[in-house]
Design a protein around this ligand. Structure first.
Ligand SMILES: C[S@@+](CC[C@H](N)C(=O)[O-])C[C@H]1O[C@@H](n2cnc3c(N)ncnc32)[C@H](O)[C@@H]1O
Length: 497
């Protein structure tokens, strides 16, 4: 099947994947005991299927040591990415309009430290999946890391039958794409409300349909109306990658690397009897009813860290808190297998130390309150990072000015209706989420960083009028007060504004 069978007549909405940045991947793979590419020096990263390139441009601005190559088959996507990079003067990125096979054929072997691909592998034909695996294996340097984010079995087993009818209905109907998609969803929602047959047996199908109602129609179109959508068998993928000298090393979803908190306790003993990586991952998929995975692979050729090297690498990690992080323990993690308790004796001192300043692993290990718990610090930091409470700081060079130039462009376009929801965060090598009001605040604060209180409110309202945005004063004081107290100090520390 040709690559062109992928939907190209509607643009995919803008996303940013925090778990696919080079800094995050290095942080997680280090915790897993792997020798990772050194991102404090020059490195190269490639994204297969970059969509409109919004995430790729943020990555490039926030990671000045990286050179980024973003590949997509859709000319509209590539044009958007190029225009965004040009508007913000982001120069360490190339956009390439090509299919994966042609792109890989045009590249030398072993040229990238990172190859990432999110939301592509489950949506293309088996032939293109093979091209993607070949491209990853060919492009990665020995020791390089690959990230593959995809829909997995068995959590979405119910989607196949729904998709068959949805697709046929959209193909057969007339009207705009929006009209045809919503007619097809209404058809199935009618069946779900009537709780007939399949829907009576599989309530998850109705919940899933409801969740689609609030999504952008282009997202739904890419998600469900591509010819080749399928949920992937992780064991098979792990074996196929292994044959290409790329070993599965864990998940970029940091929590999933810690069996004690991501696999139900009453089957851990069964899991621990299984020797093979592929078999263990399939077991975990069943135990968690997994529906999506963010797999990490490493190209063979570099030895895993020794115990001493691992300790040394962890010792150098430095993390900072994110907006909204709790200031004290205990803490409850809302996981796929239910609530998991983070004990006060471990998480309390960590959160307290992080409340004011970023902390290195070494300084956390030196806290008297954590005496005797050094071995628990790395898993705890991975859990806090997974929950969005902390993030690794970017080692090496930062480009605050470039990120803020990009944030000007992003916030301005978001206010004019573009569906951007993230701002570059230079100290993280990543991005932070921003609501529409926060986009407006970012736009104002990038020009007037000192504004606070009444003056900030007046300027925000004046800017909203100028930009013809509907902004209501109702509740605004409380929202601004919360923003100034909880979010702004962290944004400033991160270099967002
Ligand atoms: C669902 S979108 C995901 C975009 C982005 N990675 C994200 O997560 O927001 C899949 C992307 O893969 C691209 N794509 C699909 N098949 C391709 C192929 N054979 N070669 C290059 N790009 C392809 C599509 O054009 C689309 O932009």
């Amino acid at each position: 099947m040709s690559s062109a069978s992928y939907l190209t007549d509607v643009a995919y909405p803008h996303h940013f994947q925090t778990q696919a940045t080079s800094n995050w991947l290095a942080f997680v793979a280090t915790a897993l005991g792997r020798a990772v590419p050194d991102i404090s020096r020059a490195y190269r990263s490639c994204e297969l299927g970059c969509g409109q390139g919004y995430g790729a441009v943020i990555n490039a601005a926030a990671n000045p040591n990286g050179h980024f190559v973003a590949v997509d088959i859709n000319p509209r996507h590539i044009a958007h990415g190029r225009a965004l990079a040009a508007a913000a003067g982001v120069a360490n990125i190339e956009f390439i309009e090509a299919n994966f096979r042609d792109f890989a054929e045009s590249c030398a072997h072993d040229t990238f430290d990172f190859v990432i691909s999110h939301g592509v592998y489950s949506w293309v034909s088996p032939a293109v999946q093979g091209e993607m695996r070949q491209a990853v294996a060919q492009l990665l340097k020995p020791g390089g890391l690959a990230y593959l984010g995809y829909m997995s079995q068995p959590g979405l087993f119910f989607l196949g039958p729904l998709q068959q009818l949805l697709r046929r209905h959209v193909q057969g109907a007339t009207g705009s794409l929006e009209q045809r998609v919503s007619a097809a969803l209404n058809l199935l929602q009618g069946m779900a409300s009537a709780r007939v047959g399949f829907f009576a047996e599989h309530p998850q199908a109705s919940i899933y349909l409801q969740s689609l109602a609030s999504r952008h129609v282009h997202y739904v179109a890419h998600e469900l109306f591509n010819e080749h959508w399928s949920s992937i068998n992780s064991g098979e993928l792990i074996e196929q990658m292994s044959e290409l000298a790329c070993d599965f090393i864990g998940s970029a979803t940091a929590l999933e690397n810690i069996d004690e908190v991501s696999v139900p306790g009453n089957v851990l003993a069964l899991l621990n009897q299984l020797p093979g990586v592929a078999e263990r991952e399939l077991f975990k998929d069943l135990a968690r009813n997994q529906s999506d995975r963010c797999d990490l692979f490493q190209k063979r050729g570099v030895a895993a860290l020794t115990t001493g090297q691992h300790r040394q690498a962890l010792w150098q990690q430095c993390v900072t808190r994110l907006p909204g992080a709790p200031l004290a323990g205990p803490i409850e993690f809302d996981t796929r297998i239910g609530p998991v308790q983070g004990p006060a004796g471990l998480f309390g001192p960590l959160l307290k130390a992080l409340a004011d300043y970023p902390q290195t692993f070494a300084s956390l290990a030196g806290l008297p309150a954590l005496g005797g718990q050094t071995g628990a610090i790395s898993p705890a930091l991975q859990m806090l990072a997974w929950a969005g409470h902390v993030h690794p700081l970017l080692p090496g060079e930062l480009d605050v000015e470039r990120c803020q130039a990009l944030n000007r462009v992003i916030s301005e376009r978001a206010l004019k209706g573009e569906t951007y929801q993230w701002l570059a965060a230079p100290t993280l090598g990543s991005a932070v989420a921003a609501s529409p009001l926060q986009m407006l605040l970012a736009r104002v604060l990038l020009d007037y960083p000192q504004l606070r209180g009444k003056l900030l409110k007046q300027t925000v309202l004046a800017s909203a009028r100028q930009l013809d945005i509907h902004a209501t004063e109702v509740g605004l004081d409380a929202e601004l007060e919360a923003f100034e107290r909880q979010v702004l100090p962290v944004w400033q520390q991160l270099g967002v504004v």
